[in-house]
Design a protein around this ligand. Structure first.
Ligand code: UFG
Length: 336
C-alpha cells in the first residue's frame, strides 16, 4: 500500500489517480488546508484497479497525526507531496515555510523510521538550483536557492541524505520544472486558491468574471523579452513517480532527477498556445517584472531517461488543452 501525502492537491491527486489506475492500493493523507475534499471524493468514487483504502485528514506538523497512519495501515512506500509551494509567500513568511515543509517532512520521515517504512519518493523542485549559472540545468548544477521555498526543499533533500546514512531510508527526489496540464478525463486538475501559475491564470481570464491576465516582465534577455520555462505535463511527471517507485522496489539507491522536457517556452509563446487552444483573443495587461523570477529555467533530463527509463511524451499544446478542459469543469463547480 502506498501513502500519498498531499493527495488532495494538484500533483498529489494526479499521482493517487495514476497509482489507482495501475492497481496500487492507496492511502491519502492531507490537511485539506490547500487540498480539496471534492478531489478525494472523486478518487474514492472511481472504479479502478487499485483501491483508495483510506483518506486521513491530518497535519504533518503533528507527529501523532502521521505516526497513527503507519500504525493503522501497512504502508510499503510513501509519495510525499504535501507542502506549501508559493515562492512569493515564502519570501514574506519564511517561518511558515520552514515550520511546515521542513518540520512536517521531518515528522513524516521520523514516523517512517519508527514504523520500518524505508522508501520515499519526494517532490523537490528546480527552485533548489536558484539563479541558473548555465542552461539547460542538469543535476550537477549548484543548488543555491534564492527564496525560502527552494531552501526548504533543499533542506529536505539534505535530511533525506542523512536519514539514508543513519536509518537506511532510501529516497528518490524528483526536481520538478514547471508542471502543467490535467488528467486526460478532467477527473482531477490544478485548483489553487489563489492561483499564481501562468497557464491557469491565462485560461481563467477567458471565463466570465475572470481577471484580465497580467504578464509579468517583457524586458528579460530572452527570445522575446518574457521569461522562458520548461513546462512538463503532469501525467508525464507522474509516470516518472511510478518509475521511481519501481526503481526503489528493485533496490535502487537514493538518487535525484530533474523532471522537465528540455524544451523552453516563453510567457508570450505559452500565451499564444492558449489563444490557439481556446480559440479566443485574450486581453493582456503588461506589468513589470515579478520579484524573484529568473529569466530562463530549462531542464536537462538525460539522467531520468537513462536511469529511470523515463521519457516525456506530451507537448505544451497537450498540457494547455487538458488544462482548459479541466478549467471548464472547475468553473462549473465553482459557479454551481
Ligand atoms: N506569469 C505571468 N502572469 C501570471 C503568472 C505567471 O506573467 O499570472 C509568468 C511569471 O512571471 C513567470 C512565468 O509566467 O515568468 C511562469 O510563472 P509560474 O508562476 O507559472 O511558474 P514559476 O516558474 O514561477 O514557478 C514554478 C513552480 C513553483 C516553483 C518554481 C521554481 O510553479 O512551484 O517554478 O522555479 F517553485
Amino acid at each position: 500500500m502506498i501513502l500519498v501525502t498531499g493527495g488532495a492537491g494538484y500533483i498529489g491527486s494526479h499521482c493517487a489517480l495514476s497509482l489507482l489506475e495501475n492497481g496500487h492500493d492507496v492511502v491519502i493523507f492531507d490537511s485539506l488546508e490547500l487540498g480539496h475534499i471534492e478531489t478525494v471524493n472523486t478518487l474514492k468514487n472511481l472504479n479502478l484497479k487499485g483501491k483508495l483504502v483510506d483518506f486521513i485528514k491530518g497535519n504533518l506538523q503533528n507527529f501523532e497525526d502521521i505516526n497513527n497512519v503507519f500504525k493503522k495501515h501497512k504502508i510499503d512506500m510513501v509519495m510525499h507531496f504535501a507542502a506549501y509551494s508559493q515562492v512569493a509567500e515564502s519570501v514574506k513568511m519564511p517561518e511558515k515555510y520552514f515550520k511546515n515543509n521542513v518540520g512536517g517532512s521531518t515528522n513524516l520521515f521520523n514516523a517512517m523510521v519508527e514504523n520500518g517504512v524505508k522508501k520515499v519518493v519526494f517532490s523537490s523542485t528546480a527552485a533548489t538550483y536558484g539563479e541558473p549559472v548555465y542552461t539547460p540545468i542538469d543535476e550537477n548544477h549548484p543548488q543555491k536557492p534564492i527564496n525560502p521555498y527552494g531552501e526548504t526543499k533543499l533542506e529536505i533533500e539534505h535530511i533525506l541524505d542523512e536519514y539514508d546514512k543513519k536509518y537506511g531510508l532510501r529516497s528518490v527526489r524528483l526536481r520538478y520544472f514547471n508542471v502543467a496540464g490535467a488528467d486526460k478525463e478532467s477527473r482531477v486538475g490544478e485548483w489553487h486558491e489563489p492561483e499564481t501559475h501562468l497557464i491557469p491564470n491565462i485560461l481563467k481570464s477567458t471565463f466570465s468574471g475572470g481577471q484580465t491576465f497580467q504578464m509579468f516582465g517583457t524586458d528579460y534577455d530572452t527570445v522575446d523579452g518574457t521569461c522562458v520555462r520548461d513546462y512538463i505535463n503532469v501525467e508525464d511527471l507522474i509516470r516518472a513517480h511510478l518509475l521511481a517507485a519501481e526503481y526503489l522496489n528493485k533496490g535502487g539507491k537514493t538518487d535525484y532527477f530533474n523532471l522537465g522536457t528540455t524544451d523552453g517556452n516563453s510567457v508570450k509563446q505559452v500565451f499564444s498556445v492558449c489563444e490557439k487552444v481556446t480559440g479566443k483573443t485574450i486581453p493582456v495587461d503588461i506589468q513589470g517584472r515579478r520579484e524573484g523570477d529568473p529569466a530562463t529555467l530549462v531542464a536537462d533530463n538525460q539522467k531520468a531517461k537513462t536511469v529511470l527509463g523515463w521519457q516525456p511524451e506530451k507537448t505544451l499544446n497537450d498540457s494547455v488543452k487538458s488544462a482548459y478542459e479541466w478549467e471548464k469543469v472547475l468553473q462549473t463547480r465553482i459557479n454551481a
